[in-house]
Every structure is written in structure tokens, then in C-alpha cells.
Design a binder for this molecule. Structure first.
Ligand code: A2H
Length: 253
């Protein structure tokens, strides 16, 4: 990371009914899990959302009436970026654990899957982004590794109350062609490096290095309104579209 703030795109994933028990009293509000991403151009490939079961989250009401679920740290940053009524002031309406918001039904922008679910990822960092991560297993080695862990380990699903239909129907979607790695670049490097699980930290770091820059400079969109164009040239345009449709906001930290 360089000097100065990092810009993220916050993807709004709308919580659909039936709400988990803890959110029931908010039934009249628009509630979103908000995920910080550096890759808005990959949102066509979302298959689920990640939260960390043992981490604390808050539900905060913003000045436009939306309720965002994220870490308190992220909410505080938002309060200095014009999201709230008064600068530095937070309207926290609930304190939650990740466990409370697992298995939520979500509507996420751009993905072909009409409903996706919030699932457990154990490697989420408390001090980065919102603590909520959107999952794009076609292009993110971390996401693919965590999804494979859930798919192949029934006891892992059961431990967190995750049912088969929240996981098994969701496969990586080819959305970007990367020369040398094909149309599912995260899957290609996961296989090449023989990654075993989401805890395979060194190999996952290597995997990210292998695909990240190459994807940005040489990747080509395979789907959507910018099909056939280079990632470099369309990243900002896709971010702008998400924001115009009120499906995302810009956030700095
Ligand atoms: B990225 P940087 Cl397709 N803990 O979004 C762990 N990871 C987090 C996080 C947290 N608290 N908050 C955000 N992230 C992830 C898409 C994506 C991402 C793709 C490919 C690579 C990639 C879909 N997941 O990131 O440390 C989010 O995942 C590669 C690093 O600020 C976010 O972008 O550079 C990225 O890490 C931010 O990481």
C-alpha cells in the first residue's frame, strides 16, 4: 500500500426476507451487507458474500435511511465521508456477530444468481474494508479457496448452520479472459499451485500476485455491456454505472 487513502467500491448487497431473527425488528428498513472491493468489474461473477463468524459487526442507519451492516471501524470512517447526518456521529441500531448474519438471502448487483447467501470466511481481517467481502471465485483465489472448503466439507457447513442449497448450486462464472490463465483465472492458479484450503496463506499470496496485475493489464471482459474490452479501460466505467444505479458507493480508508 502506498501513501494516501485507498479507494474502495462498496457493493450494496440487499438483505432479502425472511430476515435472520436478529434483524426481524428492522423489517421496514432497507438493509444491506456492504462489501469493500478493489475489483468492481468482477461483480458479474459474484456467487456469495463472506462474513467472519467470530467478528463483531454493527447495523448503522445512514442519513438517506439505508441500514448498512459492516464493522464499527468502517462505519466510523463512513461518518467522516458524508454518509451520516452529522460528521463523526453514528446511529448504531444493532450490534451483531458474524454468526448472526450467516445464511442471509441477498440480492447483489450484476450477478446472474438471483439470490446469493452470506457464508463464513475465517481469514477476513478486522482492520480492512468493511469486514464484509463479496465473493468472486472466478477471479479471486481467496474466494475460490473458501468456496471449495465449504463445498467439500459438509461438517464445516453444518458447524455454521449453512445448508447445501446455499453453497452447492454456486459455481465460478467465466467473466474475464486472462491470457495464459483462461476464463477462470483463480481456479487455474489454485490448481497450478495445488492450494489446499483458505488457510494456505503463502500460496494464496503467490496466487494473488500471479493473477492480479496480469488481470488488470491484459484481462478482457467476456460478459456484460463492455464485453470484448480491456479491464483497464472499463473498470472506472463499470464502477460509475454501479454508483449511478445506487448499487455501490465510494469509500476511502
Ligand atoms: B477483492 P487490499 Cl475478484 N479481509 O474484491 C480480507 N480480504 C478483504 C477484506 C478483509 N477485511 N476486505 C476486502 N477484502 C478483499 C474482489 C476481488 C478482490 C477479486 C480479486 C482480488 C481481490 C472479490 N472478492 O483482492 O488489501 C476484497 O476482495 C485481491 C487483494 O485493500 C478486496 O478486493 O488490497 C481486497 O481484498 C482488498 O484488499
Amino acid at each position: 500500500e502506498g501513501v494516501g487513502p485507498q479507494e474502495y467500491t462498496l457493493i450494496k448487497m440487499k438483505v432479502l426476507e425472511p430476515y435472520p431473527t436478529i434483524l426481524c425488528k428492522l423489517s421496514k428498513k432497507q438493509i444491506y451487507l456492504v462489501a469493500a472491493t478493489l475489483r468492481p468489474e468482477t461483480m458479474y461473477g459474484q456467487t456469495n458474500c463472506w462474513v467472519r463468524p467470530d467478528m463483531k459487526y454493527v447495523a448503522v442507519e445512514l442519513k438517506n435511511g439505508d441500514v448498512f451492516i459492516c464493522t464499527q471501524r468502517a462505519a466510523r470512517n463512513m461518518s467522516y465521508q458524508g454518509f451520516t447526518e452529522a460528521e463523526g456521529k453514528l446511529n448504531i441500531i444493532l450490534e451483531l456477530s458474524g454468526q448472526d448474519i450467516l445464511g442471509c438471502r441477498l440480492k447483489a448487483p450484476m450477478t446472474k444468481y438471483a439470490v446469493i447467501y452470506s457464508l463464513p470466511m475465517l481469514t477476513i481481517k478486522e482492520d480492512k474494508g468493511t469486514g464484509v467481502v463479496t465473493s468472486v471465485p472466478s477471479d479471486s483465489p481467496d474466494d475460490y479457496a473458501a468456496l471449495v472448503d465449504l463445498k467439500k466439507k459438509q461438517p464445516f457447513r453444518e458447524k455454521y448452520g449453512i445448508t447445501d442449497e446455499m453453497v452447492l448450486p454456486f459455481d465460478p462464472v467465466p467473466i474475464i479472459e486472462v491470457p495464459k490463465y483462461g476464463n477462470l483465472s483463480a481456479v487455474a492458479v489454485y490448481d497450478e499451485l495445488k492450494i489446499q484450503s483458505q488457510n494456505d496463506k503463502e500460496k494464496l499470496t503467490q496466487a494473488k500476485e500471479m493473477v492480479y496485475l496480469k488481470g488488470f493489464y491484459d484481462g478482457v471482459m467476456l460478459v456484460g455491456e463492455f464485453k470484448g474490452r480491456k479491464i483497464m479501460d472499463v473498470k472506472k466505467l463499470l464502477q460509475k454505472n454501479l454508483i449511478t444505479r445506487q448499487e455501490a458507493v465510494i469509500y476511502y480508508e
